[in-house]
Design a protein around this ligand. Structure first.
Ligand code: MLT
Length: 404
């Protein structure tokens, strides 16, 4: 008899952002006169930049001609894109990452969710708390965790590393050594960063203990301060212990276009086994590559003009971030993030739970955010707002919140 993967039954009924979408659509149906402002899921609102649109048009025209038409993409992605990434995102920053260490994909979410497949199911994972839910959920699905334990609000067998106001929302090195360590900086959801010396301590810890760091750097383009690493490969020894994920979603507004990449250094090993060939095997077997036209669009970002245009777009969103941060702080909220990341993390007023505050904002101000507890127990009594709205909506949302 066929048997279902019962690990799925350990998960909450729906993915965090699906649950929020459901609640908001119920509210919208029963209040058709209200203008709801969505600052919940980190989805971009600004159109693609002109260089990207031109590249898409050109690539579509190529697909219309027999001589330039493209079928399946190469397994790792097109060389033109991998070379541009290697040059612009790494070599220009002093990190030696070669084009064939880069795997093109349809986004960081898929890669962060799938990477656990190349590791044994008896590996112990460590995650920040609060955490982007994909890291934990994908390991639950794979059977790498025990059951959900209501009393500690987490899965047995997972090392949760609290990120609190006291430690600046950056985790301490765990006493019990994990095999796989998920880190995301600039952080989703707290919007905080880890300075280079602190990240170097993690790299040294991983190398000392034979752990692998799975480093999600999807928000690196939003870094504005010095001494904050854009890539884990800025740290000495990171090629021996780290895999890095990057995304075009937030950097260049590709949430609807889909493009990302994963870096696995050729020399990286887990217990003596090289990881690059394993991921290459998985990629070749289960994935047919991001579309040609989208890879050409990605390439267009790596030109002087492309960089200028995406930087302007990021500046637009970071203006929103500042508006939210300053507006809420001025109104007496305890806020963090928003300086090197498009997320603002605030403490709920009057000790409300995160979901109580979600309902309160939705009903009183018709503003949608993300409850901190949805990211883990240490997110309770916190709330996340995204800077990816339009400037007009962001201003209106903050004014509404200030007025309730
Ligand atoms: C978020 O809001 O946390 C992100 O948009 C989710 C994602 O990138 O998948």
């Amino acid at each position: 008899m066929a048997k279902a993967n019962l690990n799925y039954l350990k998960l909450p009924g729906s993915y965090l952002f699906s649950r929020i979408a459901q609640k908001v659509s119920e509210f919208a149906e029963s209040h058709p006169d209200k203008k709801i402002i969505r600052l919940g899921i980190g989805d971009v609102t600004q159109p693609l930049t002109p260089v990207v649109i031109d590249a898409l048009h050109n690539a579509v025209d190529e697909m219309a001609e027999k001589a330039t038409f493209k079928g399946y993409a190469p397994d790792l992605g097109y060389e033109f894109l991998r070379k541009s990434i290697s040059d612009w995102d790494y070599k220009r920053r002093g990190c030696l990452i070669e084009p064939d260490e880069i795997f093109i994909s349809d986004g960081a979410k898929s890669d962060c969710g799938n990477i656990q497949e190349i590791f044994s199911t008896d590996n112990v994972i460590a995650v920040c708390d609060p955490v982007y839910p994909v890291y934990v959920d994908s390991n639950v699905m794979a059977g790498r965790t025990g059951d959900y334990d209501e009393s500690k609000d987490g899965y047995n067998g997972v090392i949760y590393m609290p990120c609190t106001a006291e430690n600046g929302f950056a985790p301490e090195l765990p006493e019990k050594v994990p095999d796989l360590i998920y880190l995301c900086f600039p952080n989703n959801p707290t919007g905080e960063v880890m300075k280079k010396d602190r990240l170097q301590e993690w790299v040294d810890y991983a190398n000392r203990n034979g752990s692998i760091i799975l480093y999600d750097s999807a928000y690196e383009a939003f870094i504005s301060e010095e001494d904050v690493p854009h890539s884990i490969y800025e740290c000495d020894g990171a090629r021996d212990c780290a895999i890095e994920f990057r995304s075009f979603s937030k950097t260049a507004g590709f949430t609807g276009l889909r493009l990302g990449y994963t870096v696995i250094p050729k020399n990286l090993k887990a217990d003596g086994v090289e990881l690059w060939p394993l991921w290459a095997r998985r990629h070749g077997t289960k994935y047919n590559g991001a579309p040609y036209i989208v890879q050409r669009a990605g390439e267009a970002v790596y030109t002087e003009e492309g960089q200028k245009q995406v930087k302007d777009q990021i500046a637009y969103y970071m203006k929103n971030a500042k508006y939210i941060y300053d507006g809420l702080k001025d109104a007496g909220y305890e806020v963090s993030g928003g300086v090197n990341a498009p997320y603002i993390w605030l403490r709920t007023p009057d000790n409300m739970t995160s979901w109580e505050f979600f309902d309160y904002l939705l009903t009183k101000a018709n503003v949608v955010g993300t409850p901190g507890s949805g990211f883990g127990p240490h997110g309770e009594h916190y709330f996340r707002l995204t800077a990816f709205g339009t400037l007009e909506d962001t201003i209106e949302a903050i004014n509404r919140i200030r007025n309730i």
